[in-house]
Design a protein around this ligand. Structure first.
Ligand SMILES: Nc1nc2c(ncn2[C@@H]2O[C@H](COP(=O)(O)OP(=O)(O)OP(=O)(O)O)[C@@H](O)[C@H]2O)c(=O)[nH]1
Ligand SMILES: [Zn+2]
Length: 373
């Protein structure tokens, strides 16, 4: 979605996220995704002395936020930004002191995407407070069920609502074949579309209504930008950045990650979102493969590897064609991946603990030496 989406959104103006389209009695904050879930976290004092703002972009030393007062920068410093997993990320809601504009705290998240960067020891925050995710895949030879399962595990782990969109339905005759293989995912809505046709994508509007935050996941070329343009009803889906002068007087594009969909909700699109991998998704994995886990609980042996053990309910289900063998293979693959990532995370946490202990020990030692002298 990267290049094409961005290059096709020149007409989106700065501060568009704050402006939006007037719709009924909705407040500007509601249009930015403000919901009762966030409102009820505010104390009476905070209600009178603070402004809630939403993070639209994160830079090294500054974040850009938007709220009732429009868009403004916030400096990245202080306790709010110290913890890697607690610091604000794109989509987060912050409370700013009304007068000083200092960030006071981050509100609890309704959902959170994080990822394990290759080689990294710590999970990295990608996006917060996304409501709906369209998992986009094309219904042709590129269709890959294992990839869909991977995305589904991610979305469930993050805590968002998912819909599977099969694009290029106009180029395929055998829609039933796809519906058939997707029957196993009972709670996953599946919508077949021709992403080029705005009539065809009407069923998806409920996922990007005003105040809803939407993200799209899917590999390159499946039609994410096309879909978005049809949903937005025009070629100008959103803009990727704010043009401004850098210190040398050149024009640079400062990337933002949250956009307004004309006559709709918000789109969260950042490079991190497009490169999502699996980190700490064991809960999401269980939800996606609950059928296999239910079968596994029926195996005769508690530590059954579901290979050739007697009384294996998983193998029996494969034999009776109740379970697809590919699904078992994918489940195993993703479980291994999760185990690897969790190990790296556990190792890095153990390293941190060991380091903290060392520092405490050294401090104690130096204090006791000082006391002696
Ligand atoms: N016939 C047909 N063509 C489609 C459909 N959806 C997308 N396309 C075409 O597929 C190509 C790729 O679509 P994009 O929207 O650029 O795909 P993307 O997922 O945004 O790709 P990246 O930017 O690489 O992530 C374009 O030429 C689209 O016109 C569809 O439903 N039907
Ligand atoms: Zn078994």
């Amino acid at each position: 979605m990267s290049k094409s989406l961005i290059s096709r959104r020149p007409a989106f103006r700065r501060g568009a996220a704050a402006g939006g389209i007037a719709r009924g009695t909705e407040s500007p904050l509601n249009k930015l995704g403000w919901k009762p879930f966030f409102q009820q976290q505010l104390s009476l004092d905070e209600l009178t002395d603070c402004d809630p703002v939403r993070v639209v972009a994160v830079h090294r030393s500054q974040i850009d936020v938007t709220g009732e007062a429009g868009e403004e920068p916030v400096r990245v410093s202080g306790p709010l930004f110290e913890d890697a997993l607690k610091k604000p990320t794109v989509g987060d809601w912050l409370l700013l002191a009304r007068d000083s504009r200092k960030p006071l705290r981050r509100l609890d998240r309704s959902s959170l995407f994080k990822r394990m960067a290759p080689g990294a020891k710590q999970a990295q925050l990608i996006a917060a407070n996304v409501d709906n995710v369209l998992i986009v895949s094309s219904c042709n030879h590129d269709f890959n069920l294992s990839r869909v399962e991977r995305y589904l595990a991610l979305v469930k782990e993050a805590g968002c609502r998912a819909c599977l969109v099969l694009t290029k339905a106009d180029m395929s005759d055998d829609h039933e074949q796809y519906r058939e293989v997707l029957k196993a995912y009972r709670d996953l809505p599946v919508v077949l579309v021709n992403a080029l046709d705005s009539e065809s994508v009407v069923a998806l509007r409920e996922y990007c209504e005003s105040g809803e935050t939407l993200a799209l996941l899917g590999s390159s070329g499946v039609g994410k930008s096309t879909l978005l343009n049809s949903l937005a009803g025009s070629e100008l889906a959103a803009t990727s950045g704010i043009r401004e002068d850098d210190s040398k007087g050149r024009h640079t594009t400062r990337h933002r990650a949250l956009y307004t969909i004309p006559d709709g909700g918000l789109l969260l699109d950042s490079p991190g979102m497009r490169e999502l991998g699996l980190a700490d998704v064991s809960a999401g994995l269980s939800a996606t493969f609950s059928d296999i886990e239910a079968l596994a609980s029926l195996c005769r042996f508690g530590d059954c590897a579901h290979d050739a053990e007697p009384g294996c309910a998983v193998q029996a289900a494969i034999e009776s064609e109740e379970l697809d063998e590919r699904r078992l293979r994918n489940w195993r693959k993703l479980e291994r991946e999760v185990a690897r990532n969790s190990k790296t995370l556990a190792e890095s946490r153990a390293d941190e603990r060991a380091f903290t202990k060392l520092v405490h020990h050294a401090l104690k030692h130096s204090r006791s030496r000082k006391n002696k002298t």
